[in-house]
Ligand binder design. Structure first.
Ligand code: TYM
Length: 335
């Protein structure tokens, strides 16, 4: 192993279905970098507590997240996969970082504003939702990770993590590097509704474990250019979600064909979708098969995260010792 490799950290919430947006926007980018960086990929279960959930479902959601990460190409021999709550130093550092975090910055976070607006009154908003980016900063800074590959929706949180690192360094002395975001080629995958980004909570997603039949059905009914009402109307690929997936997954010839023929109503949406449907099925079939193979091996899955947490913890403990020392959290000698 090359000791000079930079460190990557990126997390995913155990929110049930991991979807094509997570894969193309983030996990694929993680898998492509595991040989060039020293990588840490937590399943961030503490983050998933910030919205209402059923505690009986959480253990399986965590399990599924681990299986999905491995099936998507994160080989546990070459990177560290673990569960956030298995490494208690994350929450320990989170508290300390809370004490250098700006309330104004937290209140300005788009995701906080969106999620808290769904609550009828202020009393219903839990503090975890507000402090969410502080925990995310702790996830990253505890490993002194330099690079954080994420989708576009996490960029603001990462800016916040950089601000927290600066504030800590200014207050207590140089400790943390400012982590750099690393976007994939597909930082924002739109959902099947054509309006919002693909997201589990909006149910506009293709899960990475969807069967070919389900993928076909979901894409067949996915929204395209909404102004193209009839088959004879020319369409505009530039506003079509299906075309943006074509650009990512189809051959240059297919992309040129769809681009050309849509504009002159030479093809209908169903015809245009056919080639794409096959590409999505081809992409996800090995992932789905790998997922079920791993899913059937609970001992192996447990070993991966126990081993992962051990590796992660030894670094996290070193950072915590340094941080506590710098913050003066130690017993004086009475002098
Ligand atoms: P989460 O669980 O919502 O998503 C995991 C990753 O998938 C990306 N992503 C997308 N990318 C493109 N198009 C989409 N439609 C799409 N939907 C999701 C996300 O940007 C993310 O990279 N707060 C984080 C988890 C987290 C974290 C961290 C990330 C916790 N601690 C430390 C980085 C570093 C989140 O909720 O991701």
């Amino acid at each position: 192993m090359n000791p000079k490799r930079q460190r990557i950290l990126s997390g995913i919430q155990p929110s049930g279905d991991i979807h094509l947006g997570n894969y193309l926007g983030a996990i694929k980018n993680w898998a492509e970098n595991i040989n060039n960086y020293e990588c840490f990929f937590p399943i961030v279960d503490y983050h998933a507590m910030t919205i209402p959930y059923d505690p009986r479902e959480m253990p399986n959601r965590i399990y599924n997240g681990i299986c999905a990460n491995i099936a998507c190409g994160l080989d546990p021999e070459r990177c560290t996969i673990f569960v956030q709550s298995f490494v208690p130093e994350h929450t320990e550092l989170c508290w300390i970082l809370t004490c250098v975090s700006s309330l104004g910055s937290l209140e300005r976070m788009t995701q906080f504003k969106e999620k808290s607006q769904r609550q009828a009154d202020r009393e219903g908003i839990n503090t975890g939702l507000l402090a969410y980016p502080v925990l995310m900063a702790a996830d990253i800074l505890i490993y002194k990770a330099e690079v954080v590959p994420v989708g576009e929706d996490q960029i603001q949180h990462l800016e916040f993590a950089r601000e927290v690192a600066r504030r800590f360094n200014n207050t207590f002395g140089e400790t943390f590097p400012e982590p750099e975001p690393k976007l994939s080629q597909a930082p924002r995958i739109m959902g099947l509704d054509g309006k919002n980004k693909m997201s589990k909570s909006l149910n506009n997603h293709i899960a990475i474990v969807d069967s070919p039949e389900v993928i076909e059905e979901k894409l067949r009914t996915a929204v395209t250019d909404e102004n193209r009402k009839r088959r004879s109307d020319p369409g505009d690929p530039d506003v079509c979600n299906i075309f943006s997936l074509h650009k990512l997954l189809s051959t240059p010839e297919e992309v040129a064909w769809a681009n050309r023929e849509c504009r002159v109503a030479g093809i209908g949406c169903i015809e245009c979708k056919k080639a794409l449907i096959q590409h999505v099925i081809d992409l996800l079939t090995p992932i789905r098969e790998g997922y079920y193979q791993i899913y059937a091996k609970p001992d192996y899955v447990r070993e991966v995260v126990v081993e992962g947490a051990k590796r992660a913890r030894s670094i996290a403990q070193q950072t915590m010792a340094e941080v506590k020392d710098k913050c003066g959290l130690k017993l004086g000698g009475g002098e």
